[in-house]
Design a protein around this ligand. Sequence first.
Ligand code: HEM
Length: 203
Amino acid sequence: MNQMLLKICLKIITIKKLLHNTLKNGFSMSEKYPVAMRFLHWFMAVIIISMIILGIFMGGVDKENPLRMQLYNIHKSFGVTVIFLFVLRVAVRLASSAKIPKLPKQISQTEVRFAHLGHFAIYALMFAVPISGYAMSNSYGYPVKWFTIEMPKLFADDKEFAALASQAHEFLAFSLLALLIFHVAAVVKHRIKDKVNLLERMN
Ligand code: HEM
């Protein structure tokens, strides 16, 4: 009798916990992104947002100021880090594709398609932005160091190509910034209008 009572109590606690998670977050725990994806999302978000701010700031530092070169080296080192993390993230994403939670039904099919397209564009830019910076440095004849490690020369010296890569780097970085503003705005919109807290899936 006592054992049966204990079993019933345990069942009630489990159901209560499940309901609590579902009601509190709008999602059950199984609907979160896998932990590696969540970690990479926020780690890369911090680096990429800081890199865009640093990129805008360092261009304005006086050419004679030694700080300028230091900032460029930091920018390049973290740019290479983003390339490494990008490869890791794509590998993790492909390996865990079955565990990526579907967007909830409150979000329309058109918005779901836009979200997928937007995420794909962000992935493409997360690679295109640092690689265009790498190409610019290489083809202008400047070395690329990952902190203290000299990186291989992947693009030959070519001033014309370097100028093109420089324009592409700036354009792609601002496109990524615009997409990120849109990305955050979409999360806020779903929170306020559709009453869906997507942030919980990524936290
Ligand atoms: C404060 C800034 C940010 C917030 C609040 C945010 C929020 C989110 C949320 C809630 C999701 C999950 C959407 C869903 O439920 O399906 C998500 C996904 C995603 N975010 Fe962000 N994010 C931010 C910054 C960034 C940055 C800086 C990047 C990259 C440069 C980024 C790239 C992505 C990508 C690619 C996905 C899709 C993941 C996948 O399904 O493969 N986010 N973000």
